[in-house]
Design a protein around this ligand. Structure first.
Ligand code: COA
Length: 184
């Protein structure tokens, strides 16, 4: 059997992979990273409507995108007070390059930008089996249930949420949480 030269090529990473801000992030970019996997985040069975991210960070290797993280400022009501948080999403690393710190790099770049723009918290939703990845990056589980917006009306979000403090170590405020947006 012949080796796939692309597969061999994509295992190569520079010693210090550089994160770059991306002008946009298309379905083709996602395919670049995830290949033929139609459901790399394993959440499509939930049938949720997601909010697109507006800021994108990536890592390229061998002229190919191999990692991505995106974020968008979203309003969230906590105990009746509305604050803007950085909604993190679309975090993904090419399968053959996982476990080499790339997710940490792109998530850090995304949250550094959100912090520089004055946002106090990062917020994300993920499957329970992905939560340890974010815990190692300093994120904390949000114990409160969250309501999110969907085309059919408000919905109790079926995935757990995590938060992180950007800048000074302010704890997430107590109280009922309602995302005034679809999840990101
Ligand atoms: C989740 C994902 C983005 C992690 O990417 P990655 O590049 O392998 O992660 P990193 O190498 O940057 O690891 C970051 C930290 O998480 C830890 N980690 C990575 N995978 C882990 C796992 N499966 N379980 C527990 N910890 C894990 C690493 O040890 C590292 O911690 P450390 O720096 O203290 O050692 C990647 O597995 C992926 O693309 N999965 C498919 C898409 C997906 O599920 N995205 C997340 C949506 S919420």
């Amino acid at each position: 059997m012949q080796d796939d030269p692309r597969a061999e090529e994509t295992h190569t990473l520079p010693p210090s992979p550089q994160v770059v801000a991306l002008q946009d992030y298309t379905p083709a970019d996602l395919r670049d990273i995830a290949g033929d996997d139609r459901d790399p985040f394993e959440v499509s069975a939930l049938g949720l409507t997601w909010r697109p991210k507006e800021q994108h960070f990536g890592i390229r290797a061998n002229n190919r995108l191999v990692a991505h993280a995106g974020w968008v400022a979203v309003p969230v009501s906590v105990a009746g007070t509305t604050l803007q948080v950085a909604g993190l999403g679309g975090v993904i690393v090419a399968p053959e390059l996982q476990g080499r710190g790339l997710a940490r790099l792109v998530v850090s770049a995304a949250m550094a930008q959100a912090s520089a723009q004055g946002l106090e918290f990062g917020l994300l939703f993920c499957r329970p089996d992905r939560m340890p990845v974010y815990r190692t990056m300093g994120w904390t589980s949000l114990s409160t249930d969250i309501t999110v917006e969907q085309p059919g009306g408000d919905l109790a979000m079926p995935l757990p949420a995590m938060w992180t403090s950007l800048g000074t170590a302010v704890p997430w405020p107590p109280g009922a949480v309602r995302l005034l947006s679809p999840p990101m």
